[in-house]
Ligand binder design. Structure first.
Ligand code: AMP
Length: 254
């Protein structure tokens, strides 16, 4: 357990300047108009910059994407890369859906626009050939859904031996969608020495088992309480006979 074990007691940096991100990233943040880091960013960014593994409990809408994208861009920009080759990414971000993959890669581009780093998004349901063509060039950060990434691994159109940082984004949804076997196959292709970040909105036993096998002495950050619904949603229960359910629902909606 680390100092940021509990979201409520963690020291929260007030400004982006406190987070010591490099100047081109600070400039990109200023371009977006963000004035201060969100709680997940204030907690996660220093831990990712420190280089350790991290488990983060954060729902969509908390700013979690910048929470991992900003420090990853910083680390990749600062660290001298070894053995750079086309189609050999230094960072792999796995997401459950193509929409999320596209959104995350857009964030990488937005926050990395003043850096010489390159990125690519990869998902299934579209032609593979343009992806193969793109992999013939330099890719620092790859955002991918598991199935299509494995297709590329099988075809040897990608080389995962240079991955320094792995992110599993919305890991709970990936497990719900049945990606666990694909994820395990991908993990087996990565170098043993790497930084691992796991983001999940909920922490089921299955997620904990995945985290146990994946993360080494991880830090933990949390902004929403474990396994609770969003506080913005008010919930109530109305017990009623089956036959009036539809009518009652219509009444409540009105
Ligand atoms: P996410 O939870 O990563 O999906 O982000 C939710 C939204 O918050 C996105 O539209 C981001 O552009 C926005 N966002 C991220 N960080 C900040 C910030 N520090 N200040 C204001 N908005 C932010």
């Amino acid at each position: 357990m680390t100092q940021a074990q509990s979201g409520a007691q963690a020291p929260v940096a007030i400004t982006f300047a406190d987070l010591a991100l490099c100047e081109p990233i600070q400039r990109a943040i200023a371009d977006t108009g963000y004035t201060a880091p969100t709680p997940i960013q204030a907690q996660a960014i220093p831990q990712v910059l420190a280089g350790g593994d991290l488990m983060a409990a954060a729902q969509t809408g908390t700013g979690k994407t910048a929470g991992f994208t900003l420090p990853i861009l910083h680390l990749l920009a600062e660290e001298h890369a070894h053995n750079i080759k086309p189609g050999r990414p230094r960072c792999l971000i796995l997401t459950p859906t193509r929409e999320l993959a596209a959104q995350v890669e857009e964030s990488v581009q937005t926050y990395g626009k003043h850096l010489p780093l390159t990125s690519m998004v990869m998902f299934g349901g579209v032609a593979i050939n343009p992806q193969i063509a793109r992999l013939k060039k330099k890719v620092d950060i790859l955002v991918a859904t598991p199935g299509r990434l494995l297709d590329h691994c099988t075809q040897k159109t990608i080389d995962l031996s240079g991955v320094e940082i792995l992110v599993l984004d919305e890991a709970d949804r990936m497990l719900d969608m049945g990606f666990i076997r694909d994820i395990k196959k991908i993990l087996a292709l990565l170098p043993k020495q790497r930084q691992n970040l796991l983001f999940s909105a909920t922490f089921s036993d299955e997620i904990k088992a995945l985290a146990d096998g994946l993360l080494h002495n991880p830090g933990f950050v949390e902004v929403a309480r474990r396994n609770t619904a969003s506080e913005l949603v008010t919930q109530s229960v109305h017990l009623c006979p089956q036959k009036v359910k539809r009518e009652l629902l219509a009444f409540l909606i009105k």
